[in-house]
Design a binder for this molecule. Structure first.
Ligand code: HXC
Length: 257
């Protein structure tokens, strides 16, 4: 683990990445972006890892992109360097990713959580896109992903006022899958990650790819894609094993092949 902004560990078939810039409430600077992309790329290719959990501290998942790093950048600086395009690499991760969010998930922090496939929140979680208060707009996918997650009216109200949404509202709105007490959040996220990591890897990877199509293409194209992925999964040994195990009333023994 060479990363300076992250703590990285593995627990069986689950990788746990903890954002670790406590002095800045885990604000996401360029180093954190690069280290996160590198860590997820590594685990994406590791056959022994089936699911990735990303978390922060109890006080902050991440309080946003690093405002101090952005403060003196001009239009041409960020345009030429194509700021934040590096986050696209994280979203190319094909293994499932769970965000375990406690405390602040603001701006880029909320956007990072939404780049994950499942969001679990603690009762203290606070989600928001406060960029409007800084005179800017989100730059890591927030206008698109939050709108898709909670609908236009609610998203627009969040963006235009910069207000914060608590965990209960986030769950009600569909942004978050489940809410837990603070001290159970990580263990519940890891438990779900273990469950996912024990499934057939070709099936979890294709499931994620197919679900994500719903955000990227029109319905007809997405359904065509899903059908082809469904057909191709019949070539795996795990499909044979999973269905045989059901018929034989036993637990499947997946080989990830
Ligand atoms: C850099 C940050 C930061 C951030 C907090 N810090 N958020 N540094 N970037 N996004 C730093 C503070 O400067 C402070 O450093 C330390 O972390 C602790 O923060 P405090 O403000 O003292 O903590 P607290 O009073 O508890 O308030 C917590 C908070 C507040 C409400 C979350 O920190 C806050 O409002 N942060 C900014 C949230 C935000 O606007 N995020 C969106 C960013 S824009 P020192 O050195 O003083 O101790 C974005 C997308 C931008 O994400 C896209 C642009 C194109």
């Amino acid at each position: 683990n060479q990363a300076e902004t992250l703590l990285i560990e593995t627990r069986g078939r689950v990788a746990l990445i903890t954002l670790n810039r406590p002095g800045a409430l885990n604000a996401l600077n360029r180093q954190a972006m690069q280290e996160l992309a590198e860590a997820t790329r590594h685990f994406d290719r590791d056959p022994n890892i089936g699911c990735i959990v990303i978390t922060g501290s109890e006080k902050a998942f991440a309080a946003g992109a690093d405002i101090k790093e952005m403060q003196h950048q001009s239009f041409m600086d960020v345009y030429l360097a194509d700021w934040f395009s590096g986050w696209e690499e994280l979203t190319r991760t094909r293994k499932p990713m769970i965000a375990a969010v406690s405390g602040y998930a603001l701006g880029g922090g909320c956007e990072l959580a939404m780049m994950c496939d499942i969001i679990y929140a603690s009762e203290t979680a606070k989600f928001g896109q406060p960029e409007i208060k800084l005179g800017v707009i989100p730059g890591m996918g927030g206008t698109q992903r939050l709108t898709l997650a909670i609908g236009k009216s609610k998203a627009m109200e969040m963006f235009l006022t910069g207000r914060v949404m608590d965990a209960a509202e986030a769950e009600r709105s569909g942004l978050v899958a489940k809410v837990f007490p603070v001290d159970r959040l990580l263990e519940e996220a890891l438990k779900t990650a273990e469950t996912i990591a024990a499934m057939s890897m070709p099936a979890t990877m294709m499931m994620k790819e197919a679900v994500n199509r719903s955000f990227e293409v029109c319905l007809a194209e997405g359904i065509r894609f899903e059908r082809r992925a469904f057909h191709s999964i019949f070539a795996t040994q795990d499909k044979a094993e999973g269905m045989s195990a059901f018929v034989e009333k036993r637990t499947p023994n997946f080989s990830n092949s």
